[in-house]
Design a protein around this ligand. Structure first.
Ligand SMILES: [Zn+2]
Length: 322
């Protein structure tokens, strides 16, 4: 850890000195964000976690909003998800190179860009994902890139979407003496990979689980998502890394994600049944229990925009079955 941290500090000091010496105009200085200064923590034996900010994409966080896991193995690190930008991927790789003997494999849990846009830093290593995830990454890359460049600006420098090139088609992987159990589920997206590290029993749940940060719904199928949670509830685990939110050893993310999905579904069904417009449903805000979650109310407002048609269909019977 020391080498990684001091390297980061050195580069920060060098960057600051250069900016002062050249007296860069304010706009130019802002166009060159400093590094993320990621802080991997070893939360279980040989399992390192970088905890994302419990927020939406913003220039203030540089898109570092997602949890990343690095598993030590005899062949180097197995990296699960790579963050939103090339710079973030490069910082993750620097830690793996300095502390974990390089990079053995990269795994992407699903196709949302906060989980794989850092792949460019691992383009020379095998990058694995479920087959549907690879297809969705390739299809959605141009739109995601356009919106992240707009949201994150200079943080995105050098970020070229690099979809996973290898397909996960088994339910177990053994890499450098480390055994991973793989579960192909869906509901948050069309293909959500869950990984369990057999050595520690820790579950790396991707975005099927959120804790203290509002779940995102751009591709959600809530009924499927709830069924996926039933599967996760049946697993024995020693700890949980949600897609967003803190590492924990209880069932907190499972309980909170389920409650959020059910209450949000019911709230929007009810709003549609009452004849509210989507703007009125947005103005009503999230259910009171969830107002203080990270990324709310903006995540709830996005959910109404993205999913309103689902709730209108549920609430309003179509005459004649058309
Ligand atoms: Zn995510």
């Amino acid at each position: 850890m020391t080498g990684f941290r001091s390297l980061t500090r050195r580069s920060l000091v060098a960057g600051a000195a250069a900016a002062t010496a050249l007296a860069l105009p304010r706009a130019v200085a802002q166009a060159q964000p400093r590094g993320y200064d990621l802080l991997p923590q070893e939360v279980a034996a040989g399992l390192w976690m970088i905890t994302g900010a419990p927020e939406s994409f913003a220039r203030s966080n540089g898109g570092a909003i997602v949890n990343i896991v690095l598993l030590a193995s005899a062949e180097g690190a197995i990296i699960i998800d790579t963050g939103s930008t090339a710079r973030m991927g490069a910082e993750i790789r620097a830690f793996a190179d300095q502390r974990l003997g390089g990079v053995a494999r990269v795994i992407n849990t699903h196709h949302h860009p906060d989980h794989w846009f850092g792949n460019i830093a691992f383009a020379d290593r095998p990058i694995l994902a479920l087959p549907a995830t690879g297809d969705l990454c390739r299809r959605s890359a141009p739109d995601y890139a356009a919106s992240l460049y707009a949201l994150l600006g200079p943080w995105m420098a050098g970020t070229t979407p690099t979809p996973p090139g290898q397909r996960i088609e088994s339910d177990e992987l053994v890499i450098g003496g480390r055994t991973l159990r793989l579960l192909a589920l869906s509901g948050h997206s069309a293909a959500d990979l869950v990984v369990q590290d057999v050595q520690t029993g820790v579950l790396i749940a991707g975005d099927l689980l959120f804790l203290d940060r509002a779940p995102s719904f751009p591709d959600a199928d809530v009924a499927r998502w709830l069924r996926a949670l039933d599967r996760l509830a049946g697993l024995e685990t020693s700890g949980v890394v949600p897609g967003h939110g803190p590492f924990h050893r209880s069932g907190a993310a499972l309980a909170q994600t389920r409650q959020y999905l059910e209450l949000t579904r019911d709230r929007l069904d009810q709003a549609a049944a009452l004849g509210l417009s989507p703007v009125e449903a947005m103005a009503a805000g999230p259910a009171p229990a969830f107002r203080a979650l990270g990324a709310n109310p903006e995540e709830y407002i996005r959910t109404v925009a993205q999913r309103w048609a689902d709730h209108e269909r549920t609430a309003l019977p179509v005459i004649g079955g058309l």
